[in-house]
Design a protein around this ligand. Structure first.
Ligand code: PEP
Ligand code: CO
Length: 452
């Protein structure tokens, strides 16, 4: 293989490439971001890697979730705090229900670039570049707004820093202290069909904590309970390259724009620019795979991205759709096993289950989402493998974007609070219900494997 450098990707074909009006301006922005401090540290990246290695061995479960795309406008206190809350509450449900430690990873602080199926969009006879996320261009349908603007990379870096700064402050000062579970905004619980189940879980967590503290003789708040890690799709390579650093006393290069970047399905060509970039960074990384991934392609991806078979290095996020996973997944499990790499398997039950309603809204059915997760657990168990995580698009708000769930959101209800500009997300209640479902399933799978 040829020599790697943070810019060696430029010699390869890049899918989803952004064409800027002025390349010199791109270079100036990339140089400016390269001088700014990193958003995360290599020690944190190393911690996450160990936790993911544990997940691959079945000692933890990965919960990765957040918006399809963050927007610069929604970089506000309530949106960030609510996303943190729902992820934390889901993780507590998993810890309590499945009796397994959880790795918490947000799709946040950098999830600003989106792959698109078309390069151009036509409205009333006018054709303009598609909107590719706030990191690249703006939504408004005008030539100025849709022309890619390199300055937005700088704005994105700053927004990511602001988001992460707030998350770190909340996490370090007790906002996410499980003791305070009962004080969190549980407004929604009042009239939720799942209220009783959730209260029961909250009570049990409180009791277990009190028990542990008595046993260990520590006071509330003395233990550092919660780690949160960040992730985003490493789509826009100039931005990723700008934050690719060497660190004193450590070997190799790190992408310090987030802990856990992933390769999207549309950019996972083994010969493409994205794989070239990702093979050279030392972070734990993930790659999305699906119906278009053949066993041969998967083998090449694993051999290129994890040639040393390092624990925690590579996560495979499969996203087939509820109707396709049963046929699609087993050959890929076999192909991965043949490489000997200790990969972590994670199920994204969102992206293979997107459909469009008659009125043209993108939605997902809650029953199909749960069905894909349910099948994923069983298919891994039946094929001598293990599902070690889930990857979910969700929000902490009470939106109506996915149909179904305990409150039975119908297609007619979708327009009540449909806020996503891109993919439909689970709302607060649906996300929590998903966590309860997964916890229940993990208990069953765990019992079955004990009996074997
Ligand atoms: C996404 O995660 O928002 C996405 C575009 O997923 P995929 O690459 O799996 O289609
Ligand atoms: Co999405």
């Amino acid at each position: 293989m040829t020599e790697w450098s943070p810019t060696s990707w430029k010699a390869k074909p890049a899918a989803q490439e952004v064409v800027y009006p002025c390349e010199a301006e791109v270079d100036r922005v990339v140089a400016e971001i390269s001088k700014l401090p990193p958003l995360v540290t290599s020690w944190e990246v190393g911690d996450l890697r160990s936790q993911l290695a544990e997940a691959a061995r079945g000692e933890r479960f990965l919960l990765q979730g957040g918006d399809c795309a963050e927007s610069f406008d929604n970089c506000d206190s309530a949106t960030i705090a609510n996303k943190l809350k729902i992820l934390l509450q889901m993780s507590l449900v998993l810890v309590q229900g499945a009796e397994k430690r959880v790795v918490r990873v947000g799709r946040f602080a950098g999830q600003y670039a989106k792959p698109r199926s078309a390069d151009f969009e036509t409205r009333a006879g006018e054709t303009l570049p598609t909107y590719r996320g706030d990191l690249i261009n703006r939504q408004e349908f005008t030539v100025e707004a849709r022309t890619p603007d390199p300055q937005l990379m700088l704005r994105g870096y700053e927004r990511a820093a602001l988001t992460l700064n707030f998350i770190r402050a909340l996490v370090s000062r007790g906002f996410v202290d499980p003791h305070r579970l009962e004080y969190w905004n549980l407004q929604w619980v009042k009239d939720s069909p799942m209220a009783e189940e959730y209260r029961h879980i909250a009570r049990t967590i409180g009791e277990s904590l009190a028990f542990m503290e008595n046993l260990l003789g520590v006071h509330p708040g003395e233990l550092r309970w919660i780690d949160f890690f960040t992730s985003h799709e490493g789509l826009h390579l100039p931005y990723e390259q700008a934050q690719t650093r060497q660190v004193p006393r450590q070997q190799g290069w790190f992408n310090l724009s987030g802990h856990f970047p992933w390769i999207g399905m549309r950019t996972a060509d083994p010969d493409g620019a994205h794989i070239e970039y990702f093979r050279g960074i030392r972070n734990p990384i993930a790659v999305k795979i699906g119906p278009a991934t053949t066993p041969q392609i998967l083998k090449r991806l694993i051999e290129t991205l994890d040639p040393e078979s390092e624990p925690g290095r590579l996560t495979l996020i499969h996203r087939f759709g509820a109707g396709a996973i049963a046929d699609g997944l087993p050959p890929l499990i076999e192909a991965a096993r043949a490489t000997g790499a200790p990969v972590l398997w994670c199920c994204d039950p969102m992206h293979g289950n997107t459909r469009t309603t008659e009125t043209g809204l993108k939605t997902r059915r809650f029953d199909e989402i749960l069905s894909e997760v349910d099948q994923a657990f069983d298919l891994h168990a039946a094929n001598g493998s293990r599902l070690g995580g889930v990857h979910i698009e969700l929000t902490g708000e009470a939106v109506t974007e996915c149909v179904g769930g305990a409150r039975r959101v119908s297609e007619a209800d979708l327009s009540l609070a449909y806020k996503s500009q891109l993919d439909p997300r689970l709302n607060y209640e649906q996300a929590l219900e998903t966590a309860m479902f997964i916890a229940g399933k993990m208990k069953l799978v765990g019992r079955a494997s004990h009996k074997r």
